[in-house]
Design a protein around this ligand. Sequence first.
Ligand code: URA
Length: 214
Amino acid sequence: MTNPDTRPLTIVNHPLVQHKLGLMRDKTTPNAMFRQLLREVGQLLTYPATADLALTTRAIDTPLAPMQAPALAGRRVAIVSILRAGNGLLDGVLDLIPSARVGFIGLYRDEKTLQPVQYYAKLPHPLAPRPVILVDPMLATGNSAVAALDLLKKEGAANLRFLCLLAAPEGVARLHAVHPDVPVITAAVDERLNDQGYILPGLGDAGDRIYGTT
Ligand code: URA
């Protein structure tokens, strides 16, 4: 579904996605189950996130006849995970695109300013010719996503999409204000951010829920 102002926001209302997201929001859901659900939702969100990938054909022989078989065109897809919570989504995306190249951007959020601080980056080379899927479960203030997209564009990426589990309206607005060309694919847009920059009603700290930290 695309939102009415035609900016590239896709909210995946599929019943399986919504059911799994509901389980993930529940604070009694154990970490192992949360991790498994995030992986499954990552797979389901990858389907719409890759719907515009270019196809070509290649000549093959089936057991019965020659044919031109569809195949992804161009360089392998790059999946870039924003550490650390992005890795929970990464596994599901990789399940569907196992040949993808994987990059990592390490950003932590300064709890006072809520601004992202980069401490690590390792990206597939070359990046420019590849479709890039940037993954982070929570699009909250949008600051981390914007910083990561800034870096990816600086490295030449031009065919980008941002995949998240949950977004705040503030995060979607910020991302689209700075990077209007980048489609956002998410399972839901929640009500708002709280004073600490957490999404309400949300699901808490995604990294803590994935890895069992507090
Ligand atoms: N990051 C999280 O993990 N959760 C939020 O609600 C916001 C940012």
